[in-house]
Design a protein around this ligand. Structure first.
Ligand SMILES: Cc1cc2nc3c(=O)[nH]c(=O)nc-3n(C[C@H](O)[C@H](O)[C@H](O)COP(=O)(O)O)c2cc1C
Length: 342
């Protein structure tokens, strides 16, 4: 039987995962040698997440971390049973309410020792869990090299094998930046969206995004980072801006369909890609805006299909690059671990 303190420590480590607006909607139940992960949708953002994809992706991200943290802590193989595919959504989809309160994944410590490959992965990707963060700063120190792209792509499939990572070719980068900017522009007339974004800047002591982590907009308007700056607290009001990289490098995470399971695995893959990128020393931005509304998503999928070949569904777009000097902006806070264990 696993030691409870060891499991609590692994859960705490896992909560350093990425989540939509740093809502940290995950909850954990320790059941002997297993940990059930569920979604608490009481406080998840709704306007950016009309069908619950970002809530499910946030749970996927924490599950990716938890697997690595449990292998590192116990040295055993971890069996992850993802239950999202079997679940019938009940009620409102926005913010993931329809999936809330039921186990979305159950991770069990097996009695099989982890093999060398799993241990090495837990050391390298797991070792990056606390180092990883999302940046909205320029990444002007150079794009990832081909070896670095390959390392990131290799980290993505993980145990599920459904998701793929692609370096976006230049034509796709241009299309994605254009569609993201258009989605962002559309949002600027949406009072509910702006109100929600503002509410997630420094939401509480342990949730939301610190104002200092938001960064300045691109002076040349080419890289549409999510405009947390439109709010009265933001820097747009002051007219401040900065110069971003000239040739942004984008990673596109895709699968063949858009079922809730794919949405969960999109977050799982995103987290693993972020950890691999962190281990390499890359800065990581997230461009999720164009994936939130039906029409804009269809345009993204069509552009990705044309550039990459075949029918693809895009689950996340990451901006990757080396920072010119170490990034120093403050980290997002986390809920105390006792608050997320049921
Ligand atoms: C599903 C999902 C979508 C996200 N979309 C965006 C986005 O569009 N723009 C952005 O700047 N950050 C985005 N993020 C990053 C979160 O804001 C970030 O993970 C959270 O604030 C916690 O901060 P950290 O990643 O630095 O730990 C997204 C994260 C997730 C999991």
């Amino acid at each position: 039987m696993a030691d409870r303190d060891q499991l609590v420590a692994a859960i705490e480590e896992a909560t350093y995962a990425s989540s939509i607006h740093n809502a940290q909607p995950w909850r954990f139940e320790i059941l002997g040698d297993s940990i059930a992960v569920s979604l608490d949708a009481d406080e998840t953002p709704r306007t950016v997440d009309p069908v619950g994809r970002w809530a499910l992706a946030s749970i996927g991200a924490v599950v990716a971390n938890l697997e690595l943290a449990l292998v590192a802590a116990t040295g055993q193989e971890i069996a992850t049973e993802v239950r999202v595919g079997d679940l019938v959504p009940e009620g409102e989809l926005a913010g993931g309410a329809a999936y809330a309160g039921r186990p979305l994944a159950v991770l069990t410590i097996t009695d099989v020792p982890a093999d060398d490959e799993r241990r090495a992965e837990a050391a390298s990707l797991g070792g990056a869990i606390r180092e990883r963060f999302t940046t909205r700063e320029p990444l002007t120190g150079g794009a990832p090299t081909q070896v670095e792209w390959a390392q990131i792509a290799a980290a993505v499939p993980g145990s599920q094998g459904v998701m793929a990572a692609h370096e976006a070719p230049e034509s796709l980068v241009r299309a994605l930046l254009r569609l993201t900017a258009a989605a962002e522009l559309e949002r600027q007339d949406d009072a509910d969206y702006l109100e929600e974004v503002e509410a997630w800047i420094e939401r509480t002591e342990s949730t939301g995004i610190p104002a200092e982590a938001v960064g300045l907009p691109d002076a040349e308007g080419r890289i549409p980072t999510r405009d947390f700056n439109q709010t009265p607290m933001g820097s747009a009001a002051t007219g401040e801006a900065t110069f971003f990289e000239h040739d942004p490098a984008l990673l596109v995470l895709t699968s063949g369909s858009d079922a809730p399971l794919d949405q969960f695995l999109g977050g799982y893959a995103m987290q693993r890609a972020m950890l691999a990128a962190t281990a390499i020393g890359l800065g990581i931005g997230v461009l999720g805006q164009a994936l939130e509304e039906v029409d804009s998503r269809a345009a993204v999928d069509a552009a990705a299909g044309e550039a990459l070949g075949g029918d693809v569904v895009v689950h996340q777009i990451l901006r990757l690059g080396h920072p010119a000097s170490p990034l120093t902006h403050p980290r997002t806070p986390r809920r105390p671990v006792a608050e997320v264990i049921l």
